[in-house]
Design a protein around this ligand. Structure first.
Ligand SMILES: [Fe+2]
Ligand SMILES: [Fe+2]
Length: 233
């Protein structure tokens, strides 16, 4: 029996762990109207630079450290989704989606923690994430501007996570981990789109995509400067 299996539960350490797959939660549907559907169909999250191969090498060289950091990233992603529910209780059309996201990220945390337990790797205290901190510093003031930036920065972080999980999956020889990261890749790519869809509920497509493109350029600058380490960012 493996520590991670999608779409089923299993006994681990005498305890049943229920996994319903990395993308178990339904994080779709924000009550868009007919004319809105074409806007959603247009959705795309294009990262402007690729992660360097050196990053993959650093992760593979200290995979245990990467797992511990990854667990913290999933936990923080869940907390971030719920913090948006707290910050924006009036944005009712996206609250169910945010709750779904929080659940899904928490499920990812549980899955990564399970992998860590199986390998005898302890959780570590949170450390500074310079990539995320620099992105947060780009958020504008003003209620609407900040709300839009928060959604779009979240989208970029999710899309970058997806790209990196794909790289980890491709480099991984251990089948269990290869499949786990392949599933996560698909899931985080979906999250990247979900945050753009949420933005499209409240803002014009032209505004959303112009700002997304602008932020993607800044994300690329940050990534180019980022020190390479065995961590998600
Ligand atoms: Fe996740
Ligand atoms: Fe995610």
């Amino acid at each position: 029996m493996t520590a991670y299996q999608s779409n089923r539960g299993h006994k681990k350490g005498g305890r049943l762990v229920n996994y319903t797959g990395p993308c178990a939660a339904r994080v779709t549907g924000f009550g868009l109207h007919g004319s809105d559907e074409s806007r959603v169909a247009k959705k795309s999250v294009d990262l402007l630079v690729r992660t360097p191969r050196e990053w993959v090498a650093a992760v593979m060289a200290d995979f245990n450290a990467f797992l511990a950091d990854h667990a913290n990233c999933e936990r923080k992603a869940s907390a971030l989704a719920m913090s948006m529910v707290v910050k924006y209780p009036d944005r009712q059309r996206i609250i169910p989606g945010l709750i779904d996201l929080a659940r899904e990220e928490l499920a990812h945390f549980a899955q990564v923690y399970s992998l860590m337990q199986a390998r005898g790797i302890p959780l570590v205290k949170d450390s500074q994430d310079p990539y995320v901190n620099e992105l947060i510093a780009l958020m504008r003031h003003g209620r609407d501007e900040r709300f839009l930036d928060r959604l779009l920065i979240s989208s970029l972080v999710e899309s970058r996570g997806a790209e990196r999980f794909r790289l980890v999956s491709e480099a991984m020889e251990e089948p269990e981990l290869r499949h786990f990261y392949r599933d996560l890749w698909a899931c985080e790519a979906k999250h990247g789109h979900v945050f753009v869809e949420m933005a499209l509920v409240y803002f014009d497509a032209a505004v959303v995509y112009a700002r997304l493109h602008e932020l993607a350029g800044r994300e690329a600058d940050i990534l180019r400067r980022l020190a390479i380490r065995a961590a998600l960012h």
